[in-house]
Design a binder for this molecule. Structure first.
Ligand SMILES: O=P(O)(O)O[C@@H]1[C@@H](OP(=O)(O)O)[C@H](OP(=O)(O)O)[C@H](O)[C@H](OP(=O)(O)O)[C@H]1OP(=O)(O)O
Ligand SMILES: Nc1ncnc2c1ncn2[C@@H]1O[C@H](COP(=O)(O)OP(=O)(O)OP(=O)(O)O)[C@@H](O)[C@H]1O
Ligand SMILES: [Zn+2]
Length: 466
């Protein structure tokens, strides 16, 4: 962390996007150290009440130190941000595969740098994100990572000034960002009768109902994570088409690192004819398809890359470390934290028997359950970036996977990376439990209302012309 970015560097860092916890900047200057990089900086909530569990001066709480006790690098860290990076390096990278994970490096930044960046980017941030969070100017470093929406030049070492394609030291590229969410239906024995629907309907589909009710999305998405994770080309293609139609915060496209579809920093409008037309024209610079077929070809390319890389099989395995569901893990959490179990407290003695095995487990077993639950939570919330570049005859072959697009007679190299592999805090276990109940109850309520409406419509019968 020897270099420090100061106020005069701020103008070279421009808004790339953000999630709930971090804001991401991309570099548009000419320093070799930063070309092709993005920087992730921490945000802080505007409301003091939301600071709980978000800004800890110590890296891990005593209970977290217990659950991560086998990851020595993690528990020896005294800073939360460093712990986050060590978590990616020592927990997620070995699980997901080192070629797919870039833990990044910390870089020092001054308060003035962050203040200046905040001023520069505020107009591009979604208003609802600005309302709830700001750049955390108390933090004195950012996380420098490769920009996974770009493809380094074929020579890899060649870093040039801005070239005719608008890329710095990069080949023309098209990339897709997918937030796949949970790709399986839980089958845990601890799922109660009241929430048994979780075994049949995906969490994503049910969560859509709650998001709709809260006005977080304007239209439900038809995307089904089970399709994306299925391994079948037809179903993956369907998933990609559904994501394209309703990108929300699950799908984005970038051309040479600039967003061309989806929402910067949050959700996006449903893809209408106008958006699709503009996109089609933009893609024409990279996909040599007949008029009107560039987007379709891109969706095929993405489908093939998802299938060929097999990367989602690996992600699914890690998601499935959650094998008891939050309805099981919550009991282990109360045991670790030596609290009276708030779930069993509300149940009759007979009902609570179902969870007796969890409450009589050894401390090590409880620690394993919560640890695996939190690792799976990271895997259910991360995103995947797949970056493509048209293959040139002179490109050296071995480094990347290639897909041949039959209809355009073009070969594309592609690379895959996971982003946003953040450590989930143990203090969120209560929240996870409550949100799970809320999602199920809202979905059931909406389904009931819809059934009622359909029955009314049937009773009224078809309209008869007078
Ligand atoms: O709980 P979920 O499934 O809604 O996931 C949250 C995400 O919502 P989503 O449904 O993907 O729109 C949420 O994303 P948005 O803010 O909605 O874009 C965050 O990723 C959140 O993680 P964290 O608070 O930054 O650690 C995510 O929280 P975690 O559950 O991963 O902790
Ligand atoms: N290494 C990267 N290369 C290119 N773009 C990136 C990279 N890391 C992040 N981004 C962009 O920045 C956005 C926000 O980053 P990220 O998802 O890490 O934020 P977050 O606050 O941790 O998200 P969440 O709400 O899921 O917790 C991403 O959606 C992506 O578009
Ligand atoms: Zn209990």
């Amino acid at each position: 962390m020897e270099l420090t970015l100061t106020e005069q560097d701020a103008d070279n860092w421009v808004y790339r996007g953000e999630g709930a916890a971090n804001l991401v900047l991309s570099y548009n200057g000419s320093s070799f150290s930063y070309i092709g990089k993005v920087m992730r900086i921490r945000k802080s909530p505007r409301k003091e009440s939301l600071l709980k569990g978000v800004r800890n001066s110590i890296a891990l709480t005593p209970h977290e130190r217990l659950i991560w006790k086998d990851v020595h690098e993690l528990i020896s860290s005294s800073d939360k941000e460093i712990a986050g990076q060590l978590y990616v390096q020592h927990v997620m990278k070995p699980l997901l595969g080192s070629k797919y994970v870039d833990a990044g490096n910390h870089i020092l930044v001054t308060k003035e740098f962050l203040e200046s960046v905040e001023k520069n980017v505020v107009s591009q941030r979604p208003a609802w994100r600005v309302d709830v969070s700001r750049v955390d100017t108390q933090c004195d470093f950012g996380l420098l990572m490769s920009d996974h929406s770009l493809f380094p030049d074929g020579t890899e070492t060649c870093i040039t000034a801005l070239d005719s394609t608008g890329c710095q030291g990069s080949s023309p590229s098209i990339s897709v960002e997918i937030k796949p969410k949970c790709g399986f239906l839980p089958q845990s024995e601890f799922i109660s009768e009241g929430t048994a629907i979780k075994r049949r309907v995906t969490r994503f589909e049910m969560h859509q109902a709650l998001k709709l009710q809260h006005g977080e999305v304007s239209q439900p998405s038809a995307y089904n994570p089970l399709d994306l994770f299925s391994g079948s080309k037809e179903r993956i293609h369907k998933a990609i088409k559904d994501l394209f139609a309703t990108p929300q915060n699950n799908f984005r496209l970038f051309l040479n690192g600039s967003l061309i579809l989806g929402g910067l920093g949050g959700g996006a409008k449903t893809t209408d004819v106008c958006i699709a037309k503009v996109l089609e024209d933009e893609l024409n610079s990279i996909i040599q398809a007949d008029d009107g077929l560039c987007t379709e070809n891109l969706l095929t390319l993405i489908t093939e890359a998802v299938q060929k890389s097999g990367v989602l099989d690996q992600l699914l395995k890690v998601q499935k470390l959650d094998n008891v569901d939050i309805e099981g893990a919550i009991h282990a959490y109360y045991d670790i934290t030596s609290q009276q179990c708030r779930v069993c407290r509300e149940l009759s003695e007979e009902q609570a028997k179902r969870y007796a095995s969890l409450h009589s487990a050894s401390l090590d077993e409880s620690l394993r359950i919560v640890k695996d639950y939190l690792i799976a939570a990271t895997a259910k919330d991360c995103s995947l970036m797949i970056c493509f570049r048209p293959r040139k005859a002179e490109d050296s072959g071995a480094a990347y996977n290639t897909i041949y697009l039959e209809s355009t007679k073009q070969a594309f190299d592609f690379k895959v990376h996971f982003i946003d592999l953040d450590l989930k805090r143990m203090s969120k276990m209560d929240e996870y439990y409550e949100l799970d109940k809320k999602i199920v109850s809202c979905y059931k309520q909406m389904s009931k209302m819809n059934r009622g409406r359909n029955e009314d419509a049937n009773l009224q019968g078809p309209e008869v012309a007078e």
